[in-house]
Design a protein around this ligand. Structure first.
Ligand SMILES: [Zn+2]
Ligand SMILES: [Zn+2]
Length: 129
């Protein structure tokens, strides 16, 4: 009973987050409501949620810490190499892409995990001004 409450809160925190959080960041937020929750518990629940398909993991460029994504529908990630910001983007490009892959290799694509690295608009503006 207690476990599922923690898990619900962790899931809710991720779904409501605009960014992709690390376990430590999730832990900080969850502790505001459940002060007794340990980081280990957060990790355990996160792995379980990934296993159940409620959330996804995301390995950010240049960072060793895994981030968690409350969105499980297909979308791409833009990672800024200057500030590290991760942005979700929906691109309707996969169907022709999958066809191309299949034509070249005979490989059937089931899932996409596309991460694009570059400079975000804010960092680009900062540089110009
Ligand atoms: Zn940036
Ligand atoms: Zn995402």
């Amino acid at each position: 009973m207690k476990y599922s409450k923690q898990r619900e809160l962790i899931l809710e925190t991720l779904k409501n987050a605009e960014t992709h959080l690390t376990a430590e960041e999730i832990h900080l937020q969850v502790r505001r409501e459940l002060p007794s929750v340990s980081l280990g518990t957060v990790y355990r629940n996160l792995s379980l949620l990934v296993e159940l398909g409620h959330i996804r993991t995301l390995k950010a460029a240049g960072s060793l810490s895994v981030r968690y994504d409350g969105r499980t529908d297909e979308h791409c990630h833009l990672i800024c190499t200057k500030c590290g910001k991760i942005t979700d983007i929906d691109l309707d490009v996969f169907t022709p892409f999958d066809v191309l892959v299949y034509e070249k290799t005979g490989f059937s694509v089931d899932d996409h995990d596309l991460v694009l690295k570059g400079v975000c608009a804010e960092c680009a503006n900062r540089k110009n001004s």
